[in-house]
Design a protein around this ligand. Structure first.
Ligand code: SAM
Ligand code: SF4
Length: 340
């Protein structure tokens, strides 16, 4: 199946996908984790996510199309599905989509990433639908700072109420912070304490250049936490994703894990087990790559499962060893379409 762009010079040029065993890429990375963007729309306008001029891909996948893709990917070996966006809670059929994913044979875990604006009212329906893991974005604890980060529609009281409602209600609760120079880098310690107090895992993410911005390296986050009284030691625990972890202990002897996602300064890609379906149904093996397989068009043209599976395997086979986000001139699909 032919897809969008010509291979880059450093891309592998193997014989072809026919010999691929299940969902394995040319680097031997086995793909078990699928991220699906349910919509590119969002009620927030985070500075790091929404570049000023972005075009919305038209025509979201329907619930039935999503359910078919869940079955297809699970049949190929995917075991975890994360629903994201844009803001996935803007979809009216979100609860049904979660239930479909949870009921898909082979899927062991269904996760959701949200900005938290509608979370308070959705915690119980999500739980009942079978959601196992929840990530909430929390970039600041200062209500005066939030509009500058996420736009005027963002309300800290709603996000915090949603997080409180979710505490203890899911197998996993993580609070994600994109660390931004001159904006929230002074809040790392407070964010860790806020998460730990709710049984959540705090995670710090290096800002990827979807909308410009300066990377605050994770090494600096560690130094700031230490200056704030935390003792940090590396912890071997790995979740499903790319995060590395530290075991932290604060001045009062409280201990917990802290996640670090070094998208820019660390080797984030070497054991990548993920692939993505964007809001417009484009299958993208790498968040920071060029290659896309138009699954929505194939679905709507009546392609049988075997054709879809071949197209997915082809996309994976072309997945580069490392993302190309730091390459000059690479135009990335807006994060809100791709789903982080
Ligand atoms: N709207 C939901 C939210 O904000 O959690 C889900 C979609 S959002 C695109 C998914 C994740 O991507 C969030 O944790 C967000 O912080 C992260 N993200 C967005 N833009 C980013 C960037 N430029 N660099 C690093 N992380 C980013
Ligand atoms: Fe919306 Fe999430 Fe992007 Fe913020 S990070 S603009 S909440 S999609």
């Amino acid at each position: 199946m032919e897809t969008s762009t010509a291979p880059l010079p450093h891309e592998p040029r193997p014989a072809g996908p026919a010999s691929v065993d299940g969902l394995t890429d040319a680097q031997g990375r086995s793909i078990r984790y699928l991220r699906v963007s349910l919509t590119d729309r969002c009620n927030f306008k985070c500075t790091y996510c929404s570049p000023a001029e972005t075009e919305s891909p038209q025509g979201l996948l329907t619930r039935a199309e999503l359910a078919r893709l869940f079955r297809l990917f699970a049949g190929l070996g995917v075991r975890r599905i994360r629903l994201t966006g844009g803001e996935p809670t803007l979809r009216r059929d979100l609860i049904e989509i979660v239930a479909d994913a949870a009921a898909t044979p082979g899927v062991e875990d269904v996760a959701l990433t949200t900005n938290g604006h509608r979370l308070d009212e959705l915690v119980e329906p999500l739980r009942a639908a079978g959601l196992g893991a929840l990530n909430v974005s929390l970039d600041t604890l200062d209500p005066a700072r939030l509009p500058g980060v996420s736009g005027r529609a963002a309300r800290l009281d709603r996000i915090l109420a949603g997080i409180d409602a979710a505490a203890g209600r899911f197998r996993s609760l993580k609070l994600n912070t994109v660390v931004m120079r001159g904006v929230n880098e002074d809040e790392c310690g407070a964010l860790v304490r806020h998460a730990w107090a709710r049984g959540a895992l705090p995670r710090f993410i290096e800002q990827m250049p979807f909308a410009g911005g300066e990377v605050v390296p994770l090494a600096e986050v560690r130094r700031r936490l230490e200056a704030d009284g935390f003792t940090l030691t590396p912890d071997p625990w790995r979740g499903w994703g790319p995060a590395r972890h530290l075991l932290g202990r604060d001045r009062d002897g409280r201990e917990g894990l802290i996640g670090l996602i070094g998208a820019m300064t660390e080797n984030f890609c070497e054991d990548c087990n993920r692939a993505r379906v964007a809001a417009d149904g484009g299958f993208q093996a790498c968040l920071g790559g060029h290659d896309r397989v138009p699954l929505r068009e194939l679905l709507r043209a009546g392609a049988p499962d075997e054709t879809l599976a071949e197209a997915v395997r082809g996309g994976l086979w072309r997945k580069a060893p490392r993302h190309q986000m730091d390459e000059a001139g690479l135009v990335l699909l807006p994060m809100r379409g791709l789903g982080g």
